[in-house]
Write a protein that binds this ligand. Sequence first.
Ligand SMILES: NC(=O)C1=CN([C@@H]2O[C@H](COP(=O)(O)OP(=O)(O)OC[C@H]3O[C@@H](n4cnc5c(N)ncnc54)[C@H](O)[C@@H]3O)[C@@H](O)[C@H]2O)C=CC1
Ligand SMILES: O=C(O)C(=O)COP(=O)(O)O
Length: 622
Amino acid sequence: MAAIPIFNPPVSSPNAKAKANLLSFLTTTTTTSPISLRPFPRRHDSSRHHRSPLSTNVLKVVEPSLPKSSHPEPADIPDKPTILVSEKLGEAGLDLLRGHAHVDCSYNLSPDDLCQKISSCDALIVRSGTKVTRQVFEAAKGRLKVVGRAGVGIDNVDLQAATEFGCLVVNAPTANTIAAAEHGIALLAAMARNIAQADASTKAGKWERNKYVGVSMVGKTLAVMGFGKVGSEVARRAKGLGMNVIAHDPYAPADRARAMGVELVSFDQAISTADFLSLHMPLTPATSKVFNDETFSKMKKGVRIINVARGGVIDEDALVRALESGVVAQAALDVFTEEPPPKDSKLVHHPNVTVTPHLGASTKEAQEGVAIEIAEAVVGALNGELSATAVNAPMVPPDVLSELAPYVVLAEKLGRLAVQLVAGGSGIQALKVVYKSARDPDDLDTRLLRAMVTKGIIEPISSSFINLVNADYTAKQKGLRISEERVTVNSSPESPVHSIQVKIPSVDSKFTSAVTGNGEISIEGQVKDGIPRLTCIGSFGVDVSLEGNLLLCRQVDQPGMIGQVGNILGEHNVNVSFMSVGRTVRRKQAIMAIGVDEEPNRETLLKIGEVKAIEEFVFLNL
Ligand SMILES: NC(=O)C1=CN([C@@H]2O[C@H](COP(=O)(O)OP(=O)(O)OC[C@H]3O[C@@H](n4cnc5c(N)ncnc54)[C@H](O)[C@@H]3O)[C@@H](O)[C@H]2O)C=CC1
Ligand SMILES: O=C(O)C(=O)COP(=O)(O)O
């Protein structure tokens, strides 16, 4: 059985089906669920994925655009997904991956080689040495579903591009915390006592006891810049060394710091009072080169700096100047703007600088831990599970996911149905989703449902593939404004949602009965016994299961209509699975919703159109 969700096993019960659909939606960029309408893209069909996401700003409904029902051909289904591991990963993680996937460990790939390989991979696992650029996502041609960063920093992954391409990015944020903190402390002590320099000198046959007199750590002030996981572990250890620890972190809770005996201070206060500065913030646009000529000039003369975070937070040329002027007495650096740094780097060769080649996470224990953490996250994501460490997708807790599963199917079906009611040539610019629920509006997390309606609307009329990662982004790029409303109704609080209404304003409809008095296409559905059902079209109440195909007819409300249409379908070997009639005024007008197993051919549809009392009808593929 394949491990990736696009190859979900056949599911029988409605809830299992809903769950399977939900799971596939979370990470796949293809429509893949058992209710999928979009033909499964051939592995090398690049046309779908080479559109500019910015090329359209209004969703155009082009006729004929009814999607064709199709499922993957068995020949398209490989046994297992392929995971490319581009940097050394602990064996335990590799073993775990091998249980679920073909694992290709190809280290030291050039950017071109990576781009070439990636189009045959479902997941990519990297450390800090692989640049996962926009070109990589482009070259993946839509196949790459997950990038796993075996570590914390994701500054080497183009997150914006990942999101645009609907690729989930996960990291392994906890397993190397202690290793990085220990490395920070090791560099602190090594720097204070000139260990590296003294070691080199002694091995060179010298005995320079006076030259390598160090400084003590006890009683000195250490400013931890970035009081997150690593920073707080460094702080804890530094306190054990008898240091006075302060920290700067605009987002850290003061009570967590206080509980450790650490005072949170402003940036300027931290840099101007510290004897030692230890850097533990992520590299972001806000932290890039935050240590520069100006900030070095505010530091206490003779300050010592440790950097186990990212080279880019320091302006390295400015650091060289600060070392030469004596403002910075020493630096201990594990990370560099460019890795490896140029061979003739002034910084690396400065006598007062101690360097290591990005070893912060490199302990046996951390590497095994990180490898397992990332392998679990990647395999889980390929199986459609929402990862707790997703970097570019909303977190939806598992209990919420499982409760919403049937509504997720309903939301997509309603989107799919609504868009098929739009007349060809109309431009959809806005979409409104109304959630009716007995629960407090704040209790309903609608991100998944909104994304599913978006998927249902966009996929049948474009070449985009929508998942939880890229739904909002794609809608925005296509000029589709989505608004939501949560309405409290008197229904069972057991269900998170009573009904979902999808409204498309300011468009023409090919089935005018779906248009309400205020000129918008409006349909509504509910989940009953786990099955999504259509309960309202325009102002007509109906009750039909949203499965298979649907024939909607508006006719004069008179006896014999069901029989007439049923006969035509029967004569053409089209099996009716269900039928529902809704009317506004008795003996005037009614809507007949007929579920059919097969898609009626043109002749059958023409015959239905010839029935006198039928005023309009439309065939919809769900
Ligand atoms: N050298 C190595 O091998 C390793 C390096 N790292 C790096 O260490 C850094 C910290 O990692 P973790 O503690 O796990 O991450 P974390 O996310 O737990 O902590 C980062 C902290 O930085 C804070 N922060 C964000 N912007 C800031 C700013 N402008 N000024 C001050 N603080 C700011 C955040 O609020 C957060 O508390 C990351 O850059 C990571 O990539 C992590 C592990 C190993
Ligand atoms: O986890 C991090 O952020 C690190 O910097 C570790 O990098 P590495 O996986 O050792 O290349």
